[in-house]
Design a protein around this ligand. Sequence first.
Ligand SMILES: *Cc1c(COP(=O)(O)O)cnc(C)c1O
Length: 333
Amino acid sequence: MIDLRSDTLTKPTDAMRAAMASAEVGDDVYGEDPTVRALEERVAGLLGHEAALFTPTGSMANVLAVGSLVQPGQEVLCESSAHIARAELGAHAAVGGLTMRTWTHPRGQVDLRAISAMFAPDLGPFFVPTAAISVENTHNFAGGAVLPLQDLRDLHEYAVGAGARVHLDGARVWNAHVATGTPLADYGAVADVVSVCLSKGLGAPVGSLMVGTRDAVAQARVRRKHLGAGMRQVGILAAAGLHALDPAHGHVERLADDHAHARLLAEACGVDPATVDTNIVVAHRPDAPAFVAAAESVGVRISAVGPTAIRLVTHLDVTRADAERAAALLARL
Ligand SMILES: *Cc1c(COP(=O)(O)O)cnc(C)c1O
C-alpha cells in the first residue's frame, strides 16, 4: 500500500529514533529539559524571533499563537479554508473566546482588498473589533499553495498601519522555504507570531512550536499549562525535531523530492503540474469517494476532501519508485 493521505503519516527513521533514545532530558515544567530548550532556541532563531514554545500539536500552537494576539470577544480574519477555521474543531472559539470572519480565495492567498473591506478595528460597542489577521503558508486545503513573500510583506505593512497583528500558520513553512528559496527568517519577519509543525514532512512523530516575542511565549507557556500540556521529560520528543532540523540529516532539503513527486502525481491525475507548488495535490472529480475506494483497491491510499475533491500528499516515506508506481496506477484508474 502506498499511503498518500497525509504527510503526518511519516514514521521516525532509525537515526531519529536513536537521537530520541539518547536525548538528554529534564523536567520541562521546571524549565530544565536541555533538549527542549535547544529546540525552542533553534526554531526561534530560524524564524528570526525572540522565543519559541514546544507544543504537542500544531492545533495547540495555533490556539496559543492566535490567542496571544486576540482577546476573548475580539476577532481574527482568515481565509475560509484555513486550518484554524476548518480543522481545529472550533478550538479558537471554544477555548480562546474569539470569533472569525473569512475571505475566500481558491488558492488560499492573501486578498488585501477583501481584508481591508472587512477590517473593523474599533467601531464602538456594537461591533467585534478586529485584532489580528491569520495567513497559512503553505496553504493546506488550497493544495499546498505557497503565499508569495511580497503579498505577506504587503499584508504586514497594512496590518501595522491598521493597528492589527499577523499570525502565520507555518505548519508547512519548511515546504514554502524549500520551494521558493525564501529564507525562513523572511517569513518570520512578516508575522508577530508563527506556528510550525515538525510532525509533517520533516518526519518527527510529534511536535510543533509557537514562535514569537519573549513576552508572548512566556504567557503562552502559562496558557499551555492551563490546557493541560505542561510536559515533563519531553526532550525525548524534542530530539526528533532537532534531528530533523539538523542540515546533516537533510530532512528539510529533501522536501524538494516530495515536491517533485507531487508534480509527477498531478500529471497522472490530470492536474497541471505548474499549479502544484509543494507536496500536496488536490484534484477535482465528480466521484471523489468512489475514486478513493477504487484507488485503495489497487494499493494507493488517498483521501477525499469533499464530495468532489481528492487529495494526495507526498512525504518522507514515499520514495521516487512509490510515486512513479502510484502515478501509473492512478492514471490507469
Ligand atoms: C497539520 C496542520 C496543523 C496542525 O495540526 P495538528 O494535527 O494539530 O498537529 C496546523 N495548520 C496546518 C495548515 C496544518 O496542515
